[in-house]
Design a protein around this ligand. Structure first.
Ligand SMILES: [Zn+2]
Length: 389
C-alpha cells in the first residue's frame, strides 16, 4: 500500500494532485474520489481535513512524495494500540490539525468533498474553505481568496459605510430638523437595523466554516439581521409618511413588528437554513418587505399619486423594491452560477450579487428617508388641516 509521508496514520489514499483554481486559488483533489469516485472510498472527515491543511507555509505540499509503507508490528500500528493509547493518538492528531489551521496552513477544497453541513451551493464547484474549528483561522481567512471572500467583504465594507453614515447623521446639526430628537431616534433605528444586518452577515460568512454548531448559530443571526433591516427601514418611512396620522402609523408599525418577529422566530428553526429552503427564505423576507405595499397604497389614496410622486416617494420606493426583489430572485435562483457551474466560484456568484443589491437597496432607502426628512423640515413640525402628511 502506498502511503504519503507526513500524512499521518489516517492512510489517506490521496494522489496529492493539486490544480490552480479560479482566482489562483490552489486546491487539492483527494484521491480522485471527487471525480471518479467509483473505485475509491470517500475519505473520512478527519482524513480530508488533514489533506486540506497538509501544506507548508510557503504553499508547498509536505506529503507529495509517496513512500512505500513499512510493515508494522501490532505494537507499532495504530490498531494495535490499547484503546487508551488510541484515544491519546487521535487527540494528538487532532491537536496537530488544529495547530495547522491556527497557523493558516490550509488550502481550498472542491464542493464535493465538503461535509454535508458546509454544502450549500453545488454550482460553486471549487475554492471552498475546509472546516476550520478556530475563530482565529476563520478571521484570518477574510484575507484569503475563496468562495466566501466576496460575501464577507461586500457586507463588511457596507457595514463600515453605514456605520460612518449613521455617526455623521447623528452629529448633524439640529437646526436641519423639524423635531431633531424624535427624528434622530427614528432614523437611528434604521441605521441600527442596517448595521446589525450587515455585521451579522459578514460575521456569519466569516465563521460559517468553523463547525456545524457555530455555522447554525450564526446563520440564524444572519437571517434575523435581514428582519432587523426591514423593520428598521419601516420606522422612519412610516414616521414621515404618516407624520400627521399617528393612529395608522402606530398600527402599521405594530403590524410590521409582528411580521418581523415572526420571521425571526421562523429563522430559528433548523430547517430554515437548509439549501432546499432557499426559495422559502427569499419568499419570507420579500413578503416582509412587500407588507409595505399596504401603507404605500394608503398613502397614495389619502394624499394622491401626484403628491406622493412630488415628494419623490414613488421613485425611490420602486427603485428600492426592485433592488431588493432582484437580489432575492438572484439569490433564490442562484444566477449566474446555475448557467456557468464552476465559473463563478470566487467572484460574481449569486450570493455576492445579492449582498451588493442589499447594500444598494439600503442606501436607496436612506436617500428616500433623507428626502422625506427634508420635506418635513420645509413643511415645519406642525400639522395643519390641509397638510395631512
Ligand atoms: Zn449572505
Amino acid at each position: 500500500m502506498l502511503r504519503h509521508r507526513g500524512c499521518g496514520s489516517s492512510a489517506v489514499d490521496a494522489d496529492g494532485a493539486t490544480t490552480e483554481g479560479p482566482g489562483g486559488s490552489k486546491e487539492v483533489h483527494l484521491g480522485g474520489h471527487a471525480h471518479n469516485g467509483q473505485s475509491r472510498r470517500r475519505p473520512s472527515d478527519l482524513e480530508w481535513r488533514k489533506e486540506a491543511v497538509e501544506e507548508d507555509g510557503d504553499g508547498t505540499e509536505n506529503c507529495s512524495s509517496p513512500v512505500e509503507e513499512e510493515p508494522k508490528t501490532p505494537d507499532e500500528g495504530f490498531m494495535g494500540l490499547t484503546p487508551l493509547l488510541q484515544a491519546h493518538h487521535a487527540m494528538e492528531k487532532m491537536e496537530e490539525f488544529v495547530h495547522k489551521v491556527w497557523e493558516g496552513r490550509w488550502r481550498v477544497i472542491p464542493h464535493d468533498v465538503l461535509p454535508e453541513w458546509l454544502k450549500d451551493n453545488e454550482f460553486l464547484q471549487h475554492g471552498h474553505r475546509p472546516p476550520m474549528p478556530s475563530f482565529r483561522a476563520c478571521f484570518r481567512s477574510i484575507f484569503r481568496i475563496h468562495t466566501e471572500t466576496g460575501n464577507i467583504w461586500t457586507h463588511l465594507l457596507g457595514c463600515l459605510f453605514f456605520l460612518c453614515l449613521g455617526i455623521m447623521y447623528m452629529f448633524r446639526s439640529n437646526m436641519y430638523f423639524a423635531a431633531p430628537f424624535q427624528e434622530k431616534i427614528v432614523i437611528g433605528i434604521f441605521f441600527i437595523g442596517a448595521i446589525l444586518c450587515l455585521s451579522f452577515s459578514w460575521l456569519f460568512h466569516t465563521v460559517y466554516c468553523h463547525s456545524e454548531g457555530v455555522s447554525r448559530v450564526f446563520s440564524k443571526l444572519d437571517y434575523s439581521g435581514i428582519a432587523f433591516l426591514i423593520m428598521g427601514s419601516f420606522v422612519p418611512w412610516l414616521y414621515y409618511s404618516f407624520y400627521c396620522s399617528p393612529n395608522p402609523r402606530l398600527i402599521y408599525l405594530i403590524v410590521v413588528c409582528i411580521l418581523g418577529v415572526s420571521a425571526i422566530i421562523v429563522s430559528q428553526c433548523d430547517f430554515f437554513a437548509k439549501p432546499q429552503y432557499r426559495g422559502v427564505r427569499a419568499g419570507v423576507f420579500v413578503g416582509l418587505g412587500l407588507s409595505g405595499v399596504v401603507p404605500t397604497l394608503h398613502f397614495v389614496i389619502t394624499e394622491g399619486l401626484l403628491r406622493a410622486t412630488t415628494m419623490g416617494q414613488m421613485g425611490w420606493l420602486l427603485l428600492m423594491a426592485t433592488l431588493y426583489i432582484a437580489g432575492a430572485a438572484i439569490y433564490a435562483a442562484r444566477i449566474p452560477e446555475r448557467f456557468f457551474p464552476g465559473k463563478c466560484d470566487i467572484w460574481f456568484h449569486s450570493h455576492q450579487l445579492f449582498h451588493i443589491l442589499v447594500v444598494a437597496g439600503a442606501f436607496v432607502h436612506f436617500h428616500g428617508v433623507s428626502n422625506l426628512q427634508a420635506f418635513r423640515y420645509a413643511a415645519g413640525a406642525g400639522c395643519e388641516v390641509d397638510n395631512a402628511l
